[in-house]
Design a protein around this ligand. Structure first.
Ligand SMILES: O=C[C@H](O)COP(=O)(O)O
Length: 261
Protein backbone atom coordinates (compact mmCIF):
# COMPACT_ATOMS: atom_id res chain seq x y z
CA UNK A 1 0.00 0.00 0.00
CA UNK A 2 1.32 3.39 -0.93
CA UNK A 3 0.30 6.44 1.05
CA UNK A 4 -0.20 8.23 -2.28
CA UNK A 5 -3.12 5.98 -3.21
CA UNK A 6 -6.20 5.75 -1.02
CA UNK A 7 -7.08 2.11 -0.35
CA UNK A 8 -10.30 0.75 -1.83
CA UNK A 9 -12.20 -2.15 -0.33
CA UNK A 10 -14.95 -3.35 -2.66
CA UNK A 11 -17.47 -6.03 -1.73
CA UNK A 12 -18.63 -8.11 -4.68
CA UNK A 13 -21.88 -9.66 -3.53
CA UNK A 14 -22.05 -11.82 -6.67
CA UNK A 15 -25.54 -13.38 -7.06
CA UNK A 16 -26.49 -12.98 -3.41
CA UNK A 17 -28.91 -10.75 -1.45
CA UNK A 18 -32.27 -9.68 -2.88
CA UNK A 19 -33.19 -6.00 -2.79
CA UNK A 20 -34.67 -6.20 0.71
CA UNK A 21 -31.63 -8.03 2.04
CA UNK A 22 -29.47 -5.46 0.27
CA UNK A 23 -31.12 -2.66 2.24
CA UNK A 24 -30.61 -4.44 5.56
CA UNK A 25 -27.00 -5.29 4.72
CA UNK A 26 -26.14 -1.76 3.61
CA UNK A 27 -27.75 -0.35 6.74
CA UNK A 28 -25.57 -2.63 8.87
CA UNK A 29 -22.45 -1.38 7.08
CA UNK A 30 -23.56 2.23 7.43
CA UNK A 31 -24.19 1.77 11.12
CA UNK A 32 -20.80 0.19 11.77
CA UNK A 33 -18.57 2.33 9.58
CA UNK A 34 -17.68 5.85 10.64
CA UNK A 35 -15.95 8.86 9.15
CA UNK A 36 -12.59 7.62 10.39
CA UNK A 37 -13.04 4.41 8.38
CA UNK A 38 -14.03 6.28 5.23
CA UNK A 39 -11.12 8.67 5.68
CA UNK A 40 -8.75 5.70 5.74
CA UNK A 41 -10.26 3.74 2.85
CA UNK A 42 -12.89 4.05 0.16
CA UNK A 43 -15.58 1.43 0.72
CA UNK A 44 -17.72 0.14 -2.13
CA UNK A 45 -20.40 -2.48 -2.61
CA UNK A 46 -21.10 -4.23 -5.90
CA UNK A 47 -24.63 -5.63 -5.61
CA UNK A 48 -26.67 -7.49 -8.22
CA UNK A 49 -28.38 -5.18 -10.74
CA UNK A 50 -31.76 -5.69 -9.05
CA UNK A 51 -30.44 -4.17 -5.80
CA UNK A 52 -28.86 -1.03 -7.20
CA UNK A 53 -31.92 1.21 -6.98
CA UNK A 54 -32.44 0.24 -3.31
CA UNK A 55 -28.80 0.90 -2.50
CA UNK A 56 -28.92 4.22 -4.33
CA UNK A 57 -32.01 5.32 -2.38
CA UNK A 58 -30.34 4.47 0.91
CA UNK A 59 -27.01 6.07 0.05
CA UNK A 60 -28.62 9.26 -1.27
CA UNK A 61 -31.24 9.50 1.46
CA UNK A 62 -28.85 8.98 4.36
CA UNK A 63 -25.89 10.69 2.65
CA UNK A 64 -23.75 7.61 3.17
CA UNK A 65 -20.11 7.59 2.14
CA UNK A 66 -20.46 4.05 0.78
CA UNK A 67 -19.74 3.90 -2.96
CA UNK A 68 -21.45 1.38 -5.19
CA UNK A 69 -21.30 -0.12 -8.62
CA UNK A 70 -22.31 -3.00 -10.83
CA UNK A 71 -20.83 -6.43 -11.34
CA UNK A 72 -20.92 -6.11 -15.12
CA UNK A 73 -22.31 -3.90 -17.89
CA UNK A 74 -23.28 -4.27 -21.51
CA UNK A 75 -20.86 -3.38 -24.25
CA UNK A 76 -23.86 -1.77 -26.00
CA UNK A 77 -25.38 1.59 -25.09
CA UNK A 78 -29.03 0.72 -25.71
CA UNK A 79 -31.46 -1.00 -28.04
CA UNK A 80 -32.54 -4.56 -28.84
CA UNK A 81 -30.22 -6.45 -26.49
CA UNK A 82 -32.51 -8.56 -24.32
CA UNK A 83 -31.26 -9.01 -20.79
CA UNK A 84 -28.50 -6.43 -21.03
CA UNK A 85 -27.92 -3.43 -18.75
CA UNK A 86 -26.21 -0.40 -20.26
CA UNK A 87 -23.62 1.91 -18.83
CA UNK A 88 -26.10 4.76 -19.21
CA UNK A 89 -28.57 2.93 -16.97
CA UNK A 90 -25.89 2.35 -14.35
CA UNK A 91 -24.74 5.96 -14.48
CA UNK A 92 -28.35 7.09 -13.99
CA UNK A 93 -28.45 4.93 -10.84
CA UNK A 94 -25.46 6.81 -9.47
CA UNK A 95 -22.99 3.96 -9.86
CA UNK A 96 -19.34 4.86 -9.50
CA UNK A 97 -17.95 1.49 -10.61
CA UNK A 98 -18.56 -1.19 -13.21
CA UNK A 99 -16.77 -4.48 -12.62
CA UNK A 100 -15.45 -5.89 -15.89
CA UNK A 101 -13.79 -9.16 -16.78
CA UNK A 102 -14.40 -10.99 -13.53
CA UNK A 103 -13.20 -14.57 -13.94
CA UNK A 104 -16.75 -15.83 -13.41
CA UNK A 105 -17.88 -13.75 -16.41
CA UNK A 106 -14.93 -15.00 -18.42
CA UNK A 107 -15.52 -18.62 -17.42
CA UNK A 108 -19.32 -18.96 -17.41
CA UNK A 109 -20.24 -16.33 -20.00
CA UNK A 110 -17.29 -16.82 -22.34
CA UNK A 111 -16.13 -13.21 -22.15
CA UNK A 112 -12.76 -12.96 -23.85
CA UNK A 113 -10.30 -10.08 -23.95
CA UNK A 114 -12.12 -8.50 -26.91
CA UNK A 115 -15.42 -8.40 -25.03
CA UNK A 116 -13.68 -7.13 -21.91
CA UNK A 117 -12.03 -4.41 -23.98
CA UNK A 118 -15.29 -3.10 -25.48
CA UNK A 119 -16.92 -3.20 -22.04
CA UNK A 120 -14.09 -1.07 -20.65
CA UNK A 121 -14.70 1.42 -23.44
CA UNK A 122 -18.46 1.34 -22.72
CA UNK A 123 -17.80 2.13 -19.05
CA UNK A 124 -15.72 5.17 -19.98
CA UNK A 125 -18.40 6.40 -22.41
CA UNK A 126 -20.70 6.69 -19.39
CA UNK A 127 -18.16 8.03 -16.90
CA UNK A 128 -18.09 4.80 -14.91
CA UNK A 129 -14.86 3.63 -13.33
CA UNK A 130 -13.99 0.12 -14.48
CA UNK A 131 -12.84 -2.38 -11.89
CA UNK A 132 -10.94 -4.50 -14.39
CA UNK A 133 -10.26 -8.05 -13.19
CA UNK A 134 -7.38 -10.18 -14.38
CA UNK A 135 -5.81 -13.33 -13.02
CA UNK A 136 -4.63 -16.80 -13.87
CA UNK A 137 -6.09 -20.23 -13.25
CA UNK A 138 -4.33 -23.01 -11.41
CA UNK A 139 -2.59 -24.67 -14.40
CA UNK A 140 -1.04 -21.35 -15.41
CA UNK A 141 0.09 -20.71 -11.84
CA UNK A 142 1.58 -24.21 -11.59
CA UNK A 143 3.50 -23.56 -14.79
CA UNK A 144 4.80 -20.25 -13.40
CA UNK A 145 2.99 -18.18 -16.04
CA UNK A 146 0.94 -15.94 -13.74
CA UNK A 147 2.69 -12.67 -14.58
CA UNK A 148 2.66 -13.11 -18.37
CA UNK A 149 -0.97 -14.30 -18.30
CA UNK A 150 -2.27 -11.44 -16.18
CA UNK A 151 -0.28 -8.82 -18.07
CA UNK A 152 -1.62 -10.16 -21.38
CA UNK A 153 -5.18 -9.84 -20.05
CA UNK A 154 -4.39 -6.26 -19.04
CA UNK A 155 -3.04 -5.42 -22.48
CA UNK A 156 -6.08 -6.98 -24.15
CA UNK A 157 -8.48 -4.99 -21.99
CA UNK A 158 -6.78 -1.65 -22.55
CA UNK A 159 -6.67 -1.49 -26.34
CA UNK A 160 -7.79 2.01 -27.50
CA UNK A 161 -7.97 3.20 -23.89
CA UNK A 162 -6.26 6.57 -23.47
CA UNK A 163 -3.88 7.65 -20.72
CA UNK A 164 -6.49 10.10 -19.50
CA UNK A 165 -9.04 7.31 -19.20
CA UNK A 166 -6.73 4.75 -17.65
CA UNK A 167 -5.69 7.19 -14.93
CA UNK A 168 -9.00 6.48 -13.16
CA UNK A 169 -9.13 2.71 -13.68
CA UNK A 170 -9.09 0.23 -10.80
CA UNK A 171 -7.35 -3.08 -11.48
CA UNK A 172 -8.08 -6.24 -9.54
CA UNK A 173 -5.67 -9.14 -9.56
CA UNK A 174 -7.73 -12.20 -8.76
CA UNK A 175 -5.99 -15.54 -9.16
CA UNK A 176 -8.82 -17.90 -10.07
CA UNK A 177 -7.46 -20.66 -7.83
CA UNK A 178 -7.90 -18.39 -4.80
CA UNK A 179 -11.49 -17.31 -5.49
CA UNK A 180 -13.96 -18.82 -3.06
CA UNK A 181 -11.55 -21.59 -2.19
CA UNK A 182 -10.18 -20.32 1.10
CA UNK A 183 -6.74 -20.62 -0.48
CA UNK A 184 -5.50 -17.04 -0.34
CA UNK A 185 -2.45 -15.99 -2.32
CA UNK A 186 0.52 -15.10 -0.16
CA UNK A 187 1.33 -11.41 0.13
CA UNK A 188 4.37 -12.08 -2.07
CA UNK A 189 2.20 -13.76 -4.71
CA UNK A 190 -0.12 -10.75 -4.74
CA UNK A 191 2.76 -8.30 -4.92
CA UNK A 192 4.48 -10.15 -7.76
CA UNK A 193 1.56 -9.76 -10.14
CA UNK A 194 0.27 -6.39 -8.89
CA UNK A 195 3.79 -4.97 -9.26
CA UNK A 196 4.07 -6.38 -12.78
CA UNK A 197 0.71 -4.87 -13.75
CA UNK A 198 1.87 -1.46 -12.55
CA UNK A 199 5.15 -1.80 -14.45
CA UNK A 200 3.29 -2.67 -17.63
CA UNK A 201 0.98 0.31 -17.16
CA UNK A 202 4.06 2.51 -16.90
CA UNK A 203 5.37 1.09 -20.18
CA UNK A 204 2.04 1.40 -21.99
CA UNK A 205 1.29 4.91 -20.66
CA UNK A 206 3.69 6.63 -18.30
CA UNK A 207 5.07 6.29 -14.81
CA UNK A 208 2.87 8.99 -13.31
CA UNK A 209 -0.30 7.40 -14.62
CA UNK A 210 0.82 3.98 -13.39
CA UNK A 211 1.71 5.36 -9.97
CA UNK A 212 -1.81 6.71 -9.50
CA UNK A 213 -3.75 3.56 -10.42
CA UNK A 214 -5.22 1.50 -7.60
CA UNK A 215 -4.59 -2.22 -7.85
CA UNK A 216 -6.64 -4.53 -5.67
CA UNK A 217 -6.08 -8.14 -4.72
CA UNK A 218 -9.03 -10.54 -4.67
CA UNK A 219 -9.32 -14.17 -3.64
CA UNK A 220 -10.39 -15.43 -0.20
CA UNK A 221 -9.66 -12.11 1.50
CA UNK A 222 -10.67 -12.10 5.17
CA UNK A 223 -10.05 -9.87 8.16
CA UNK A 224 -7.19 -12.10 9.30
CA UNK A 225 -5.22 -11.93 6.03
CA UNK A 226 -5.94 -8.40 4.75
CA UNK A 227 -3.16 -6.71 6.73
CA UNK A 228 -0.37 -8.80 5.19
CA UNK A 229 -1.72 -8.27 1.70
CA UNK A 230 -2.13 -4.54 2.23
CA UNK A 231 1.44 -4.27 3.45
CA UNK A 232 2.66 -4.89 -0.10
CA UNK A 233 3.74 -1.77 -1.97
CA UNK A 234 1.64 -2.34 -5.09
CA UNK A 235 -1.55 -3.61 -3.44
CA UNK A 236 -4.04 -0.84 -2.76
CA UNK A 237 -7.05 -2.69 -1.50
CA UNK A 238 -9.18 -5.75 -1.96
CA UNK A 239 -12.03 -7.11 -4.02
CA UNK A 240 -13.89 -9.21 -1.49
CA UNK A 241 -16.42 -11.89 -2.40
CA UNK A 242 -17.76 -14.26 0.24
CA UNK A 243 -16.56 -12.25 3.23
CA UNK A 244 -18.39 -9.16 1.98
CA UNK A 245 -21.71 -10.89 2.75
CA UNK A 246 -20.92 -10.88 6.47
CA UNK A 247 -21.30 -7.26 7.54
CA UNK A 248 -19.13 -7.60 10.65
CA UNK A 249 -16.33 -9.32 8.76
CA UNK A 250 -16.49 -6.85 5.89
CA UNK A 251 -16.25 -3.92 8.30
CA UNK A 252 -13.12 -5.46 9.81
CA UNK A 253 -11.64 -5.85 6.33
CA UNK A 254 -12.49 -2.20 5.59
CA UNK A 255 -10.43 -1.36 8.67
CA UNK A 256 -7.57 -3.17 6.94
CA UNK A 257 -7.10 -5.58 9.79
CA UNK A 258 -6.25 -2.79 12.20
CA UNK A 259 -7.91 -2.68 15.59
CA UNK A 260 -9.61 0.66 15.51
CA UNK A 261 -12.65 2.82 15.26
O1 LIG B 1 -14.83 -10.63 -6.67
C1 LIG B 1 -14.39 -11.23 -5.71
C2 LIG B 1 -13.58 -12.41 -5.87
O2 LIG B 1 -14.09 -13.27 -6.82
C3 LIG B 1 -13.15 -13.07 -4.60
O3 LIG B 1 -14.14 -13.90 -4.06
P1 LIG B 1 -13.86 -14.57 -2.63
O4 LIG B 1 -13.48 -13.46 -1.70
O5 LIG B 1 -15.17 -15.21 -2.26
O6 LIG B 1 -12.75 -15.53 -2.82
Amino acid sequence: MSTARKPLIAGNWKMNLNHLEAIAHTQKLAFALGDKDFDRADVAVLPPFTDLRSVQTLVDGDKLRILYGAQDLSQHDGGAYTGEISGAMLAKLGCTFATIGHSERRQYHHEDDDVVNVKVQAAYRHSLTPILCVGEGLPVRQAGGQVAYSVAQLEGALRKVTAEQVASIVLAYEPVWAIGTGEVATPDDAQEVCGALRERLAELYDADVAAGVRILYGGSVKSDNIAGIMAQPDVDGALVGGASLDAGEFVKICRLGELSS
